[in-house]
Write a new protein. Structure first.
Length: 79
């Protein structure tokens, strides 16, 4: 009796797992996009800070070269 229950629930379980896979992929993709946005905003803020208050760069523990390297990663129309 126990074996028949396992066999009956197996296709249902496979269907449930198949439906979860796209959700996990979508969640991973949304996570990547969120990370890109955070990096973009960080770099944009870093550029703004370096132009308006360059003395704050030392306060956040970055060197001028590190700031320039991060700003260089911005798209060309935002540099």
């Amino acid at each position: 009796m126990n074996d028949s229950c396992t066999l009956i629930s197996t296709p249902h379980e496979a269907t449930r797992l198949a439906r979860q896979a796209p959700r996990r992929r979508l969640a991973a993709l949304l996570g990547i996009i969120a990370t890109w946005r955070e990096q973009r905003y960080f770099r944009w803020d870093l550029k703004r800070i370096s132009e308006t208050n360059p003395h704050l760069i030392d306060d956040i523990g970055l060197t001028r070269q590190q700031v320039e390297d991060e700003i260089a990663k911005l798209p060309f129309w935002q540099r």
